[in-house]
Write a protein that binds this ligand. Structure first.
Ligand SMILES: [Zn+2]
Length: 99
């Protein structure tokens, strides 16, 4: 009974997979809606369509996935809350993809 149990303590590093973060736009139908998070004190999740410029801003929540913001985005679109922005203003805070 003297077998030593080898403790497998090596945590396997799971390679970061890029989750799909591009969705179909409810306004123009293009699969060009992406979710990004602003860096800074107040993190915000920005959902934008690269095709038509439809845009929504949400409070960043680390427990939410891009798809969750996208569903909010859809809700807001249904509610008519979203505005289309022609061109994203340059020189804004850095944005990073969620995921
Ligand atoms: Zn669009």
């Amino acid at each position: 009974m003297g077998r030593r149990r080898r403790k497998r303590a090596r945590p396997r590093l799971v390679p970061k997979r890029k989750l799909p973060t591009v969705f179909q736009c409810p306004s123009c139908g293009a699969t060009a809606v992406s979710v990004s998070v602003t860096k800074g004190k107040e993190k915000k999740a920005i959902v934008t369509c690269a095709n038509c410029g439809l845009r929504g801003e949400y409070e960043y929540n680390p427990y939410l996935h891009p798809v969750d913001y996208f569903s909010k985005f859809l809700d807001d679109f249904e509610a008519g809350k979203l505005v289309t922005v022609e061109k994203p203003s340059s020189g804004e805070e850095d944005e990073e993809e969620v995921g």
